[in-house]
Design a protein around this ligand. Structure first.
Ligand SMILES: Nc1nc2c(ncn2[C@@H]2O[C@H](COP(=O)(O)OP(=O)(O)OP(=O)(O)O)[C@@H](O)[C@H]2O)c(=O)[nH]1
Length: 158
């Protein structure tokens, strides 16, 4: 989740299309319309996990639609643009939309770059591990972990 044009789609694409030559494009910006999702399968600590990552639209007109997907999520990536103060302050408002889930201290924090491919893998791995630990007693649906979306240079995940 996060404001428009902060890099959500870029992070998702960098993570789910790591081998694609055009996983990151700095020349074009296409706002997400509605909602999108990508899938990536990984193996962590011997557990095979299918990540379903929802990419929400940051534009205000899609706010209701985006937040309607939060309830079913098991983890979030909150994204802001480190060069845009408004987008950082917007994280607080997105957090309120996620208030059903306990916001605890010690949230893993990563500064990422979809452009330079920095910390994207680690951010998602740690998020997935946290989810698996919390769900270790109630794994269901073939270990499908559903990450309601998640962009740009900085993100924090829980
Ligand atoms: N320098 C730099 N630019 C980035 C980075 N990540 C994304 N961008 C640029 O930021 C712009 C917006 O990226 P998107 O990923 O489409 O943004 P979004 O948050 O999905 O936007 P919405 O779909 O409107 O919510 C694009 O022009 C990207 O090239 C990054 O890590 N570094």
């Amino acid at each position: 989740a996060g404001e428009s044009c902060v890099g959500k789609t870029s992070i998702v694409r960098r993570y789910t299309e790591p081998n694609a030559a055009a996983a990151f494009s700095s020349s074009s910006y296409l706002a997400t319309i509605g909602i999108d999702f990508k899938v990536r399968c990984i193996t962590l600590n011997g557990t095979r996990v299918k990540l379903q990552i929802w990419d929400t639209a940051g534009q205000e007109r899609f706010h209701t639609l985006s937040t309607s997907y939060f309830r079913g999520a098991q983890g979030f990536v909150l994204v802001y643009d480190i060069t845009n103060l408004d987008s950082f302050q917007g994280v607080t408002s997105w957090m309120k939309d996620i208030h059903e889930l306990a916001w605890e201290h010690g949230i893993p924090f990563f500064e990422t770059s979809a452009k330079d491919n920095v910390n994207i893998e680690d951010a998602f791995s740690v998020l997935t591990l946290e989810i698996l630990e919390k769900k270790s007693c109630v794994l269901y649906d073939l270990d499908v972990v559903d990450l309601n979306e998640s962009k740009k240079r900085t993100c924090c995940a829980f």
